[in-house]
Design a protein around this ligand. Structure first.
Ligand code: HAM
Length: 422
């Protein structure tokens, strides 16, 4: 038997209601905040991601699905490298630059939803194909936009009925502050290099901020005593994060400042944040984001400051399952047409069409089963109505309609079906 590749899964009809519930909530909330949907291809030129997420990050280093194709550019055959998208922010910025979406500093409020791909070690809540919902506010450096996207995320969480979660927040400062901190931190890590784990030893050299992310026991004491980023923030960076935190305070939003929060992607500046839930196991982060003021120029565009976040749909579903938020829909619905006159399939089809034209859900047997089996099928499907067409009904030009909830039976003429109130 051929199975789905490791780390991927089918979403079966029995669980699709969970996804649709989330998708509806996402549409509702993005509409409330006046965000518009953007859809981009699921693969991009490799450099979209390698130039933005950072050569030294796990995603670019070892998690991307990269493939090669010969392309016929300007009639010269050349080898091109593509990647399945591991995240959306870089792809969205590529699209915004290509279509000049943020011309003359025009603010763009965008959201997206779809599959993403990372070659990670699969475990509960971690897949190789997973889904994200995200929102990005382009072309404003204002802390008000940081608040807007955090508020959008919280609104969705509330809409879904998740009351218990943690919002962690930190500032990585502007480019200069970050460069200063990188130097300070690196020199501290080099002084302690012998006591760091193997992975952190490597990171200390190439991407020192990521050492703060280490879960390795060996690293914890060194991380705890490491110089804090706060000490390296210049006035502009301090003002930005203070403004964000003060506004969150006045809105009554609970958060924890976590000075170790650096996130696994290199494009961030100023505010970074993460949403965590105790309902999840070790993969407890169900959303994350932040500001990325330098990403547009990294990808060849003009300077366009922006901020956004993304949430993992599989992890949101796991939380909602734990909270028992998915009730089985056990309501009666739809109409089942029982075909008791096998030689008249056109009449069945015409009747189904009539019902569907009225906006009603209607189905019938396609197996030429017995009357009894068709009634049983109708019951199993929780149909609200069963309509029988047999030889008697044909002769009298009347349908026999049964209300499956009450058991009541009514006769309705072919002509009256149009006006019958189901
Ligand atoms: P990220 O933290 O890499 O950020 O991913 C966001 C969310 O996607 C995570 O919190 C998690 O819920 C989900 N996720 C990530 N990887 C997996 C996986 N292998 N399996 C299941 N779920 C996963 C970003 O992707 C940024 N683009 C977020 C952003 C938007 N920053 C600014 N704007």
């Amino acid at each position: 038997m051929i199975k789905t590749p490791r780390g991927t899964k089918d979403i079966l009809p029995s669980e699709i209601h969970k996804w649709q519930y989330l998708e509806q909530a996402i549409k509702k909330v993005t509409n409330l905040f006046s965000y518009q949907e953007l859809r981009t291809p699921i693969f991009e030129h490799l450099e979209v991601f390698s130039r933005s997420i950072g050569e030294q990050t796990d995603i670019v280093n070892k998690e991307m699905y990269v493939f090669e194709k010969m392309t016929n550019a300007d009639s010269n055959k050349k080898q091109e490298l593509f990647a399945l998208r591991p995240e959306m922010t870089a792809a969205l910025v590529r699209s915004a630059i290509e279509h000049n979406l943020s011309a003359q500093g025009q603010i763009q409020r965008l959201w997206y939803y779809g599959p993403f791909f990372r070659y990670e070690r699969p475990q509960a809540g971690r897949y190789r194909q997973f889904h994200q919902f995200g929102a990005e506010c382009l072309a404003t450096p204002s802390p008000t936009a940081d608040i807007e996207v955090i508020n959008l995320a919280i609104r969705l969480i509330q809409e879904l009925g998740i009351n218990k979660y943690e919002l962690l927040i930190n500032s990585l400062g502007n480019k200069e502050s970050r460069a200063n901190y990188r130097k300070t931190l690196q020199s501290y890590l080099m002084d302690n290099i012998d006591n760091l784990s193997v992975t952190s030893k490597e990171r200390a050299d190439k991407n020192p901020l990521r050492v703060l992310d280490s879960k390795d026991k060996e690293d914890q004491e060194i991380i705890a005593n490491a110089p804090k980023i706060k000490g390296s923030l210049d006035q502009e960076s301090q003002d930005h994060i203070s403004n964000v935190l003060e506004t969150l305070d006045s809105l009554g939003v609970n958060y924890t400042v976590d000075e170790k929060l650096v996130r696994g992607l290199d494009y961030y500046s100023h505010t970074v944040f993460e949403l965590r839930s105790t309902e999840l196991g070790s993969q407890d982060s169900f959303g994350g984001g932040g500001r990325y003021n330098e990403l547009f120029s990294q990808l060849g565009g003009k300077d366009v400051p922006a901020v956004g976040f993304a949430m993992g749909i599989e992890r949101l579903i796991m939380i909602l399952e734990k909270l028992d938020k998915f009730k089985q829909d056990d309501s009666y619905k739809g109409i089942y047409l029982v075909n008791a006159c096998k030689e008249k399939p056109a009449l069945i089809e015409k009747t189904l069409q009539k019902l569907r034209n009225k906006g009603l859900q209607a189905t019938s047997d396609v197996l030429d089963r017995s009357l009894k089996a068709q009634f049983k099928d109708s019951g199993k499907r929780m149909s609200k109505w069963t309509i029988v067409i047999g030889d008697d009904e044909l002769a009298t030009e009347q349908y026999q309609i049964k209300n499956m909830e009450s058991g009541e039976q009514i006769k309705v003429s072919f002509a009256e079906l149009d006006s019958f109130e189901f």
